[in-house]
Design a protein around this ligand. Structure first.
Ligand SMILES: [Zn+2]
Length: 560
């Protein structure tokens, strides 16, 4: 009798030792069903062998006890995994120091090592999964919305999208009911200027890490998943912030762009650009910039109504050629149709603005047809006062007050109220008119249109995130349908920036999306009725951000 008990105990101890030895924790806890079954089988084999060695008379009996022990352990673990999946608190972004690790976009997805074996598992992986169900889903690719949709988010990725009734959802996953809501991909703003604006001030002294991070938080608040700083980065800081920022909004930068000396961007951003005068110097500076791996190269080709020297065609040809040799693409700031044409001939990859001196003509449209990857950002936000004939509705919306100080709102409103001199008004109206009709012409011709606002720059003001949403409304005013405007601001902008895991809601994409209280396909302004924002699968803590901004006396400062 004693010998039998000793045999059973020895078997159980041996089985436990075997489980630990083969990595119960690393295989069983995080891996698939298959991993758990293999671990259990090995443990039963080791346990019953040891038990039989201690007491060979009742070998089958010992094997049964060991097997029962292992199965009971498995069942307990199974129940524990289900419980932890349903009880685990939702992770939140937005507070200090609580961001999850951020894999660089475009790079292969890097799961933490303990989750490498998830594939093939059914139940255990449910601990990291969430099913969002019941919403109307706009995929961002211009396709018809899915009513009563469901989609599965595993960690930071979307793994399945479909109709709620037909989508297979994992047992034990956390469920989020979004009935009555609309879900759309997070936006991408491919033309902004970070760092100079803070509150109502506009100065190079604002260009600090804290201000860059605070600005990225403002974009996150509005559900903007990525922004490109268009050539006004100062020194190493933007590259350091890009590498280290654990912010929900991805920070892309063109570093410092190219112009004739002292002839690039306006206002306090002027000295951020590189002044070049010879082709050799232009090439050398592109090589120097390339070492920092900018996300794009920015050039300014504009004489600012005759006030500065315009970048010479031989110089921009050298810059474009050298950038392409370095595997970098070039985006040009322009104002005129002729410059747009010559830049297309020179091989430019895209434009930061749409020309507004003349109407798009057949020659340009033919050139663009031959080069369908050349993109335009419209920056209609920059001429907002001329496009809106009256004070826009969004000035009075709650979301405007949530993210902007009263002084910023006053500054924004005044631009709509204070009448300029009649001649100036007339000129601005004509220019805005040409701009919107050129946008319509490019759109009709099938040219690639992304979303860029110039927020943070001279005309963009410090209305980070809000402007990105208003740009959608302005694109609709220019003739795009709401679905087309959303596709421009999501899929196409992500494509322009090479962010292959953003822009649409589809399996394999990063889980960055907006939950809206109303349908933007009915009225594009509904993109501003934001209920929640998710970045990389985690909800952005918008309440914490709002409270931080409300509490900050020096508007725009991120607490250290
Ligand atoms: Zn700009």
């Amino acid at each position: 009798m004693t010998r039998t008990v000793a045999g059973r105990l020895a078997g159980i101890f041996a089985a436990t030792a075997a489980l630990i030895a083969i990595g119960f924790v690393s295989i069983g806890f995080y891996a698939s069903y298959g991993g758990l079954v293999i671990a259990g089988a090995v443990a039963i084999f080791v346990g019953s062998t040891v038990a039989a060695a201690v007491d060979p008379t009742r070998a089958e009996n010992h094997a049964g006890v060991v097997a029962f022990y292992i199965l009971a352990l498995g069942a307990a673990y199974f129940l524990m995994a289900l419980t932890s999946a349903s009880l685990a608190p939702a992770r939140a972004l937005g507070g200090p120091g609580v961001y999850p690790p951020m894999p660089r976009d475009g790079a292969p997805v890097t799961y933490p090592p303990q989750r490498l074996n998830l594939h093939g598992g059914l139940v255990l992986q449910a601990a990291t999964m969430t099913v969002f169900e019941g919403a109307r889903l706009i995929a961002g690719d211009g396709s018809a919305p899915i009513d009563n949709a469901a989609f599965v988010v595993d960690g930071d990725r979307i793994t399945a999208v479909g109709r709620k009734e037909s989508l297979q959802t994992p047992l034990g996953a956390r469920r989020v009911d979004l009935t009555g809501k609309t879900v759309m991909p997070a936006l991408v703003d491919a033309h902004v200027h970070l760092g100079y604006r803070s509150g109502t001030t506009f100065t190079a002294a604002n260009y600090t890490r804290e201000n860059l991070l605070d600005t990225l938080d403002r974009f996150a608040y509005f559900g903007v998943a990525a922004v490109l700083e268009a050539g006004t980065g100062r020194g190493e800081l933007p590259f350091q912030v890009r590498a280290g920022a654990g912010t929900p909004t991805r920070y892309l930068t063109a570093g410092s762009g190219f112009a004739m000396p002292n002839a690039g961007p306006g206002g306090p951003m002027r000295d951020a650009a590189r002044g070049v005068t010879t082709e050799a110097d232009a090439r050398a500076q592109v090589q120097e910039l390339a070492r920092r791996k900018p996300d794009l190269v920015k050039i300014w080709v504009d004489d600012r109504n005759g006030t500065v020297e315009k970048l010479e065609p031989n110089l921009y040809r050298a810059i474009i050629d050298e950038a392409h040799k370095q595997n970098l693409r070039v985006m040009a700031h322009i104002a005129t149709l002729d410059d747009a044409k010559d830049l297309v001939r020179a091989g430019v990859d895209g434009f930061a603005h749409v020309f507004r001196d003349r109407a798009a003509d057949a020659e340009l449209l033919a050139m663009l047809k031959a080069r369908p990857n050349v993109f335009f950002l419209e920056t209609l936000w920059g001429v907002r006062t001329a496009i809106y004939q009256e004070t826009p509705a969004w000035l009075a919306e709650p979301i405007t007050r949530e993210a902007l100080s009263p002084a910023q709102i006053a500054q924004l409103r005044d631009a709509f109220l204070v009448p300029a001199a009649p001649a100036t008004v007339q000129r601005a109206l004509e220019e805005a008119d040409r701009l919107t009709s050129n946008v319509a012409a490019l759109h009709k011709a099938g040219v690639k249109l992304g979303l860029g606002t110039d927020t943070g720059g001279v005309t963009g003001g410090g209305y980070f995130g809000l402007a990105t949403h208003v740009e959608l409304e302005l694109l609709v005013k220019a003739g795009l349908t709401p679905a087309q405007a959303i596709a421009a601001g999501t899929r196409t902008s992500a494509e322009i920036l090479g962010l292959t895991n953003l822009g649409t809601l589809a399996p394999g994409k990063s889980a960055d999306f907006l939950v809206l209280d109303a349908n933007p396909l009915d009225a594009i302004g509904n993109t501003r009725k934001i209920a929640r924002v998710y970045a990389r699968g985690a909800e952005v803590d918008r309440a914490a951000l709002k409270a931080r901004w409300a509490a900050s006396t020096t508007a725009g400062r991120r607490p250290m």
